[in-house]
Each structure stands twice: as C-alpha cells, then as structure tokens.
Design a protein around this ligand. Structure first.
Ligand SMILES: NC(=O)c1ccc[n+]([C@@H]2O[C@H](COP(=O)([O-])OP(=O)(O)OC[C@H]3O[C@@H](n4cnc5c(N)ncnc54)[C@H](OP(=O)(O)O)[C@@H]3O)[C@@H](O)[C@H]2O)c1
Length: 310
C-alpha cells in the first residue's frame, strides 16, 4: 500500500511517498481502507521534530496522521465490512499514523459516518471536534455560563463555539480578521477581533463581559495575561503546547489532553448530518501531495481543514 513515511525530522520535503505492506489483521482491531485524513498542527510539529518536547522518544521512521475516514475491510467489533467510519487514531500513544491507504485500529476509536456526511467532511472532524468538546468538559461549562473561545476561525475554536452554543452557554469568540460573520454563524453571541496582545484582548473581553467570563478555552495559545478575562474562581483551559498562564484570583488553569472517543464522535457526526453543526474544509489534496499540504498549512494560507484524500 501507499503511505507517507518520514525517515528524518525536517521540512515538508521529508514526507516521502512509499510502498509498504498493508497491516496484518490483529485481534481487537479492524482494518480500514482510508479514504481521507487531515492535516493537524501536531503533524507539523511531529514532522519537524519539536513535538519531542512532549514525546521525547519520538524517532523516525514513522507515519503521521491522527484523523481518518474510510471503509471497514475486516476485523473485530461492531462495524461490518463495508461500513463507512471515521475516527481519531491514538497517534500520540502508538505513532500508527493515518497518512496511509490502510490502517489497523481499535474500533473503540471509530464512529459510523451517517448518511448525509461525506468522507472528506468526516475526515476533517475527529481530533479537533473531540478536543473542543473535552475542553468544555474539563472547564466544567454549564448552560447559562459565559465562555471565551480564542482561535474561533480555526478548527478547535470553531468546534468549541458550536459545542458551547449547543450546550446553552453564552459564547464570546475571537475571530481572525475578516472572518467575523462566519464565527457569528457558528453561534457566537459576541465576536471580537484578534488585534492586540493578551492583555488588550482580556481588556476587550472585560468591556464586553464586565464581571469576566466563567471559562476561557484557548486553542490559539494566547495564554499569559488573557487570564485576566476570567472571573474570580473561573477556569482557563490550555490546549496548545504553550506555557500555562499564572493562576490568579482563584482561577484554575487546566490543560486538556484529547482522548479518542468513538461514541462522542458519533454524536458530533449525527449533529453534522442533522445540519446542527458544520465542519470547515478549506482545501482537498491527494495523499501523495502531503508535503504540499504541510507547506500550505505552515503558510497559514488556507482557512479551514486541509483534507488529504486517498
Ligand atoms: N491538547 C490537546 O489534546 C490538543 C489536541 C489537538 C490540537 N491541539 C493544539 O491545539 C491548537 C489549535 O489547533 P487547531 O487545529 O484549532 O489549529 P488551527 O485550525 O490552526 O487554529 C488556530 C487558530 O488560532 C488563531 N490564532 C493564532 N494565534 C492567534 C492570536 N495571537 N490571536 C488570536 N488568534 C490566534 C489562528 O488564526 P489565524 O489563522 O488567523 O492565524 C487560528 O484560527 C494547536 O496548537 C494544536 O496543536 C491540542
């Protein structure tokens, strides 16, 4: 099968199209013929080598990729051969990446893709939507509370806005320039621009919500003085690999670590099929152009997920 291997850390050029044997059937696993995967910031960090800050033993050769959509070939578990599935592979645990034509995966990580959701869209969903949901859980968000979401034009931020609005929270969101209408359409009640530093953003939030927000979820990794935006005793959830802000005024700082959850993904995909939520796909390229996809992602020239089709 074709897979994108890397034999060294480095720039996008280290992503190499190779032919390797398909994974053998294994107890407790299913094999999935991949139709789509997507590019995530962690893929860029792993490829370049700086993810060794959190995974010190990471060493090439390995195959990148955590998201997948595809069709079940065979194996154990609830999905019959031919079922369309999507999932978040536990790449951080086993480095068995999804930039490949066939993957072997524990079916607990998978969800059936409902009718009405195509494979490209499904491939864009798993890690970012699950991380956003789990960030709100970690922050203890309750209906009626107010949450600030940074990076709302991005993947996790966009999901966090939609999930929080769906849970009955009031959402203050930070949009990228020119993207305010889109973010408003995701369900944000107040949309702020991203100009200024962390302290200025905190001041803008305090102007909009004088008592401070109950919760900040920060996929943009702004951190620092943005903690001033949280009310006394609130929660600040760190998502990106950045230093944590210094806790103050009883505000708790918590760091999310996404856990693959097929049941949660099934619920999110059902919301997509029902038109209650939407995924943002910005560019579709064939898997063999993974290096070009990484270049585009690093240039930050694409708004929305970059999906690699197989
Ligand atoms: N903890 C976990 O388990 C976990 C799981 C998955 C991902 N992550 C991490 O979460 C982070 C976000 O992932 P993602 O997929 O959502 O990335 P993404 O789609 O690239 O979104 C990041 C967003 O942050 C915005 N942004 C960057 N700097 C900003 C600033 N100074 N002020 C305001 N907005 C800013 C970007 O806007 P522009 O596009 O305008 O620059 C973009 O919209 C990444 O660091 C990723 O590695 C963590």
């Amino acid at each position: 099968m074709k897979a994108i291997q890397q034999y060294d850390f480095g720039g996008p050029e280290v992503l190499t199209v190779t032919e390797i044997p398909e994974p053998e059937p294994r107890a407790g696993r299913v094999r999935v013929r991949v139709t789509g995967t997507s590019v995530n910031p962690a893929d860029l960090a792993a490829r370049a080598g700086w993810l060794r800050q959190v995974l010190p033993d990471l060493a090439p050769p390995f195959i990148l990729g955590a998201d997948l959509a595809g069709t079940v070939i065979d194996g154990d578990g609830p999905f019959a051969p031919g079922t369309r599935v999507a999932g978040l592979a536990p790449w951080f645990v086993n480095q068995e990446g999804t930039y490949a034509e066939v993957v072997s995966i524990d079916p607990a990580h998978l969800a059936q893709i409902p009718d009405g959701v195509d494979d490209v869209t499904a491939a864009a969903v798993p890690i970012t939507s699950e991380t956003a949901w789990q960030s709100l859980d970690l922050g203890g968000l309750e209906a009626g509370q107010t949450v600030l979401v940074t990076g709302a034009s991005g993947a996790i931020g966009g999901w966090a806005v939609q999930h929080a609005a769906g849970r009955g929270a009031k959402v203050v969101a930070v949009a990228s320039n020119g993207d305010e209408k889109y973010v408003e359409g995701l369900g944000a009640d107040i949309v702020l621009g991203r100009a200024g530093d962390a302290g200025e953003l905190a001041a803008a939030v305090r102007k909009a919500v004088p008592g401070g927000v109950d919760l900040v979820v920060d996929p943009a990794g702004i951190g620092g003085d943005l903690i001033h935006a949280v009310r006394d005793g609130g929660v600040f959830v760190v998502i990106a690999v950045v230093p944590e802000p210094l806790a103050e005024r009883g505000v708790e700082v918590r760091r999310v670590s996404a856990q693959s959850d097929g049941a949660l993904l099934a619920q999110i995909l059902a919301d997509l099929a029902d038109g209650k939520k939407k995924a943002r796909v910005g560019l579709i390229l064939p898997l063999t152009e993974a290096a070009e996809a990484h270049r585009k992602s690093e240039e930050r020239s694409v708004r929305g997920k970059i999906v690699l089709t197989v």
